[in-house]
Structures are given as structure tokens and as C-alpha cells.
Write a protein that binds this ligand. Structure first.
Ligand code: SF4
Ligand code: SF4
Length: 332
């Protein structure tokens, strides 16, 4: 695999004009982490500081630094398709605890949880189903759900192989909408099936059906990397539910890179004044909930479920979430 990857890295690097746009936009570089232009110029320093946000390739008009970096990471760490994927169909083995069985109430649309939810916050599947049901869309699970193939362990697959595997998974939805709890999954699946959406898109399309809190809640919104382009729609959804957004800036949680501590401190500062942080990405959810002394966090599906009086999943959070149902702290 590594020879084919090396050739592809060389090919992509040759398309770079060393303009520096990626460097200027990279959140990790801003805190002395990785410099993507240096990588495109042939360097290999700081790969562990990449927070895999993809901003560099979103901003680049000529090349694809994100793919080069992911390939270099795979080679450097010897990452290949995991045993967990071969055994379970998920990049990481699903967790057996912190699970509440979702209530599948119909066949209107399919819910896709994704590897991060299943391995690190499996209770979010229950929240996702409850949120869909709360706005009158009766959910069923996506048949034969597996990994969306975004993780770096699949970088050795050809684009053709990846597309075929994703298409096969989407066909299980039988032309129904596929609602993804993880925006990374929706980015991957929407490339092969226009019926795949993330939670923000799903809720925004039904904004008139959203449940409302009976008093205004001060929230901070953190859409995360994949859903950052949908920040405006996320704000509209939150405001429709009677939430007031207190922050003007947002960004990446940093995942597990060494720069994550600094980035999370920035995120918590920009969220000051919020009673709860609302995220769209399950990885952000896990990171915010693990931040010592941090502001409570909910996934946007949990917020919708809570507005409809469904708070079962909040008991699994490490940082206690205040009463969102409108009976105590949030009641006027
Ligand atoms: S990767 Fe793209 S944005 Fe970055 S230096 Fe090269 S051409 Fe410019
Ligand atoms: S993926 Fe994000 S952190 Fe990594 S080099 Fe690109 S912009 Fe920087």
C-alpha cells in the first residue's frame, strides 16, 4: 500500500503552488501546530498536530493537502484496515455500555449513528430517534449500517471501492432519507446519495415542526469542522426552539492532537455565558463532555429530544446537564 500512497502523495504535491492559503487558514498552525504548506513542500514535521479538520483542502483552489496529510499519517503510523472493521463493519468496535435501546417508531426515514457514536456515546442513537419522532418523522435504523469509510485506515482503498461500498450501504435505505448523527458520515454518504443529511439539515428542513422550550435558553453553538459551513442553519434551528446563541465564533475541538488542550480552552472561552453548549458532531460531544470544569454540552439531537420532554440520555453525561425540560433552572 505504501508505494501506491507515496506515488499519489508525489502527484498531489506537484499540483501545489505554495501560495500559503492553507497555512493561513489552518487552526493547528495558528497555535504552532502543523503547517500544511510545509507538508506540501515536502516536509513531514508536525503530522501528529493535525486535527484532521479538512480546512486546508476546503480553502485550497489548486491541490489537496488534507489527503496528502492523511496518507502520510497512515504511512508513518502503519495504519491499515482494523480488525474491528473486519469483525463488526465499524472502524472501532461498538461499546456495550452507556446504551439505551432506541425507540424505532416507523419507517419514514433511516437513522445512521456512525462509528464514533457507537464506540464512544452510544446513547446518542436513542436521542437521535427521539428527536426525529418529536418532529413527526418516525425513524428506523439504517439497515446494514457500517463505517462511512472516512477514517484514515481506509485511505488505501481506491475511490471506486469506497464509492461502491457507500452506495451499497445507502441502497438499504430504499430511497428514504438517511439522517446522520455525525456530520462526517453525512459528508461521506451525501457524495453518493443525495438523501443523506446531517442533523442540522434534517431539522432546518422541518423548522416549523420543531418543539420549543417554554423560556429562552442561553446556548453556545459549536458546529464542529464538518458542519461549520452549516453554522447559519444551526443558528436558525436553535432560535426556532427558543434558544439564544451567545457566541460569535466557533471552531474545532482538536480531537486527540497535542494542540487539542489549547483549542478546547479557546472553545470554552468563546462559549462563556452559555448554560449549555450545543454540538452537531459526536466527537465534539465526547471532547466537551470530558473537559474538566467545562460548560455542560448536549448534541443537537438531545436538545430537540429535551424540548419534547425526552431527557433519558442526559444521565450518561460526565458534566451534569441542567434541567432542559423547563421545570427548574430554565423556567422563569
Ligand atoms: S496546498 Fe493549496 S492552499 Fe496550500 S499552499 Fe498549496 S496550493 Fe496553496
Ligand atoms: S486538516 Fe486542519 S489541522 Fe490538518 S493541516 Fe489541514 S487545516 Fe491544518
Amino acid at each position: 500500500m505504501s508505494h501506491a500512497l507515496t506515488q499519489e502523495i508525489d502527484r498531489i504535491r506537484r499540483t501545489c503552488i505554495l501560495c500559503g492559503r492553507c497555512t493561513a487558514a489552518c487552526p493547528s498552525c495558528a497555535v504552532d501546530g502543523i503547517d500544511p504548506m510545509e507538508i506540501m513542500a515536502g516536509g513531514e514535521e508536525g503530522l501528529d498536530q493535525c486535527i484532521v479538520c479538512g480546512t486546508c483542502s476546503q480553502i485550497c483552489r489548486r491541490s489537496d493537502p488534507f489527503t496528502v496529510i492523511r496518507m502520510l499519517i497512515a504511512i508513518e503510523r502503519g495504519i491499515t484496515v482494523s480488525d474491528a472493521y473486519r469483525e463488526t463493519g465499524f472502524a472501532r468496535a461498538p461499546a456495550a455500555d452507556r446504551m439505551i435501546e432506541p425507540e424505532w417508531t416507523g419507517q419514514d426515514a433511516c437513522l445512521m449513528s456512525g462509528c464514533t457514536v457507537r464506540a464512544q456515546a452510544p446513547y446518542l442513537e436513542h436521542a437521535g430517534a427521539a428527536a426525529m419522532d418529536a418532529i413527526g418523522v418516525h425513524p428506523c435504523p439504517l439497515p446494514d449500517e457500517g463505517c462511512c469509510l472516512h477514517p484514515v485506515q481506509f485511505i488505501g482503498m481506491t475511490e471506486h471501492e469506497r464509492r461502491n461500498a457507500k452506495k451499497e450501504m445507502c441502497e438499504g435505505a430504499d430511497d428514504r432519507e438517511i439522517v446522520c448523527i455525525c456530520p462526517g458520515c453525512s459528508d461521506e454518504l451525501s457524495a453518493v446519495d443525495e438523501g443523506a443529511v446531517d442533523f442540522i439539515q434534517f431539522l432546518d428542513a422541518r423548522i416549523g415542526d420543531l418543539p420549543r422550550f417554554n423560556r429562552t435558553i442561553a446556548v453556545a453553538m459549536e458546529p464542529g469542522c464538518s458542519a461549520a459551513p452549516r453554522a447559519k442553519r444551526m443558528r436558525a434551528v436553535l432560535e426556532a426552539m427558543n434558544c439564544r446563541v451567545v457566541n460569535r465564533e466557533w471552531g474545532c475541538c482538536g480531537k486527540s492532537a497535542p494542540v487539542a488542550g489549547e483549542l478546547m480552552a479557546m472553545r470554552e472561552r468563546e462559549c462563556e455565558g452559555a448554560e449549555v453548549i450545543v454540538v452537531d458532531c459526536p466527537m465534539c460531544h465526547v471532547k466537551y463532555d470530558a473537559y474538566d470544569g467545562g460548560i455542560p454540552v448536549v448534541h443537537i439531537s438531545e436538545l430537540v429530544a429535551a424540548a419534547a420532554g425526552r431527557t433519558e440520555t442526559l444521565g450518561f453525561h460526565r458534566i451534569p446537564v441542567p434541567d432542559l425540560t423547563g421545570r427548574s433552572r430554565f423556567i422563569e
